[in-house]
Design a protein around this ligand. Sequence first.
Ligand code: ISL
Ligand code: CA
Length: 565
Amino acid sequence: MAAASDLSRYQSYKREWWKEQVVYQIYPRSFRDANGDGIGDIQGIISELDYLDRLGVDIVWLSPHFDSPNADNGYDIRDYRKVMAEFGTMEDFDQMLAGLKQRGIKLIIDLVVNHSSDEHEWFQQSMSSKDNPYRNYYIWRPGVDGGPPNNWPSFFGGSAWQQAGPDGEYYLHYFHRKQPDLNWENPKLREEVYSLMRFWLDKGVDGFRMDVIPLISKDQDFPDMDAETLRHPETVYASGPRLHEFLNEMNRKVLSRYDVMTVGEAFGVSPARALRMTDERRQEIDLAFLFDIVRIGRDNWYQRDWTLPQLKGLFTMPSALDSHHWPTIFLSNHDNPRPVSKFGDDSPAYRMASARLLAMLLLTQKGTPFLYQGDEIGMTNYPFTAFDQFDDVEIKGNYQQVMDSGVSAVEYLAELNKNSRDHARTPMQWSSAPLGGFTTGDSSWLAVNPNYKTVNVEASLKNPDSIFNFYRQLLDIRRGNLDLIYGEYYDIAPEHEQIFAYTRTGRNRTYLVVLNMSGDEVHFATGHDFNNYQLVITNQKVSRSQIATGELALKPWEARLYQSD
Ligand code: ISL
Ligand code: CA
């Protein structure tokens, strides 16, 4: 295994805390409700800090907690220096931050500066007249032939342009019309962003997850898109000419002055541009979320089939990056379906085994793992039976367009049951109490998954073989383990249709991971001499490991971690 034993890269990585630690994303609206109004809040998070500590995560990424009218559940910010009233107060935020720090847990917050809310004071001023000093905080253009300035589409349905204000001009909004895009060409606007970033950094936050950051630079000619591009507008939106210049300025003026981590949502960027953004020699951002793995098979809102070799190839690419880049590893977030439903098998027979397998995949790959609330207890997709059960503005905004395109409501509902963003937003299931113990109230802002009676934290903490305890054990194995963190990655069976098997070779130890990502019993000949490997952990009861012969008999969704010194 020549490639696996090449330690040159291993030795040349620059050590960073954010390369070695594990992130846990909290979507505050759905995490825990402490005041009984059915909406998650910061006091609810505070009440569960010991839970996070017990799991053993190192960093929390908090989805937007800022004042917002919630047109897009907080991704439409009305005041960047104020906590959303539904979530609590700035004192609550400070108490949460202090509570995390006391437990040695860092906090990164969501930086949403491609757009603001249309209710932000800046936009209210900007819209009021063409010569208002805030006019150019946003992007206004005159209409053409009685319509919008060009044919750009919004991700949330309809045109990306909305007419407003006394002089009939249009403003640009890539997302909802209540999310007007900020004009990064305007140096005054950029300084406003840097100032709000310093406000939170000076409070002690440890970095930012940057919402759709590649979209901030726009082609100032605003040319029409052709038919093919209209199917994937993000590729145009993410290729603006000044992105690297803006990120470098942000780094120079703000980020370089703090010991922080930044991860950019690299939605729509080309691999080459993603590499440039995250090259540590370029002082832009540290990490990027690429969507190829989490959205595998996605064709807009259709979910097409995919094969395990295709998925494995998407893990091999980032792990082959040079030592100036560092991957992120994630299978879910608040915009994507539950991983046990998409990548595992959420049937009663295999939900637990496959969720534990996915835990091993996430925590033994090369890169910074980003876990998402609820995946550690194997929460599943929600069984939507009608469109009025969805909350997601992306669905509501696109519904009529999809119907008008001739797709049947039955087919659209079936596809949304595979990949709607709401699957990840149903309330965290804490116990078998009503509403999953998420709230003391008599309702929740979004329905609780009916499987909360068996799928919940309380049951998981009591069960030594639970998904939670498997995550906890893997986090213990991984913590500070430089061989597992920085070790060379090598897929030993890339073409196998059911087995995902790879090694991680560090200076002192090599790990072997063998995952049966199928519902079949599989006999797997590793093809390598593993006779000095010992079994470290497995997600099912296995007899003595047959590793010495190299011939493994793997049960459905069986996951094994071996090591050799
Ligand atoms: O694919 C998408 C759009 O069609 C969505 O997954 C999502 O809009 C995209 O990944 C960008 O997501 C981020 O920005 C959005 C917000 O709705 C998402 O929640 C956020 O993660 C606008 O702020
Ligand atoms: Ca609440």
